[in-house]
Design a protein around this ligand. Sequence first.
Ligand code: M7G
Length: 330
Amino acid sequence: MATVAAKREISSAENDELSREAKRPKADDKNGEEGGNESEWENVLSTFTMSSVLSDSAREKIMFVHGKIADHDAVVVLEKTPIREDSLAELFRGSKLRLELRNDIYSSYRLQAPPHLNEIKTTVVCPATEKHVKKYKRQESFLVEETGEDYRSITLPYIQEQSLSLQWVYNILEKKAEADKIVHDDADPEVGFVLLPDLKWDQKQVDDLYLIAIVRQKDIKSLRDLSSEHLPLLQNVFQRGKEAILHRYNLPASKLRVYLHYQPSYYHLHVHFTKLGYDAPGCGVERAHLLSDVIQNLQTDPQFYKSRTLHFPLRADDGLFRRFKEAGRL
Ligand code: M7G
C-alpha cells in the first residue's frame, strides 16, 4: 500500500531536472556534470547482470542489488517513490483497474498507472568498491564505544588508510557536478559551504526533504575534528542553511532536523538537513548528532569532541569493527 506523501509540491522545472538523475549513466567521477539531452534516457542498466540482492525492505519499498555493468562491480538502488498529491487527478483518470476481489462494500484492485507516474528512483554506483557493497549489505550491527584515545589509535589510522573516495564532494565544491542543483553557495574559504539536495531525495515532495551542506574547508574529517575554532563555520551553516531552505521550500526551521553523522560514510565535514517527521536513514540517536547540540557542546568545552567517548553502530563485516576487536575494545 502506498502512502500519500505529497503536501507541498516542488516546481515542475525542478521536477524535470531531477527526474533526469536516475537515468543518467554515472560518468567518470571527475566529470559528473549533467547534460540535458535525450541520450540521458539510454538504459545503462540494460547490460547489468545481477549477482545478489544485498538488502531490501518491503515496507520502505527499496532494494539494493549487487551485480556488474560490463566488467565493473555495480550497486543499484531501486526505490519506489511516494504518490504525489498533484498527480492524483491524472492517476485516477489515466489508470487501468483490474478487479482482485469484491465483498460487500469492499473491493480491491490492481491499478496500472501511466508509466510516467510509476517511476522508480534508481541510483547506480559504478564502479562500486567493496566498501560500497558492504555499506548496502544487510548485516547485524553492534554499538561501539570510542574514547578520544580510541579515535586516535584505532579509528583515525583506519580512516586514513581506507575511506570512500571524496571525488564526488570535490566535484560539487568545484561545480563540476550537480551545479544546477545548488540551493545555497557560500564561497568563503573559512565559513563557506554548498547546500544541495542529497542523492537520496527525489525532490518531488517536501515531505521527505533531504539536503546536505558540504563545507568548503577540506581538512575537517568529522565531528571528532571539531573544536571551538569551527564555531563560526557551524553557526554559518546552521543559520544560512535554515534560511535558504525557508526561502526555497517554504519550510521553517521548526520543521527541520539538522545533524551530523558519527561515523559518517564520507570523511569530509557535511551536515544533513531533513524534514522533521521524515524517518530518514541514519537519523537515529546512535548515529545522528544535532548541530544545535554540537554548537552548544563546543561553546561549553572547546575540545569537547576530542575528549568525549562517542557511541556508534558498526556492522560485523566493517573493517573498523575488526580493528576495535583486535585492539581488545569489544
Ligand atoms: P554520510 O553521513 O557520510 O553517510 O552522509 P551516509 O551515506 O551513510 O548517510 C553522506 C551523504 O551524502 C548521504 O546522505 C548521501 O546520500 C549523500 N551523497 C552521497 N553521494 C555519493 C552523493 C552525491 O554524489 N551527490 C549528492 N548530492 N549527495 C550524495
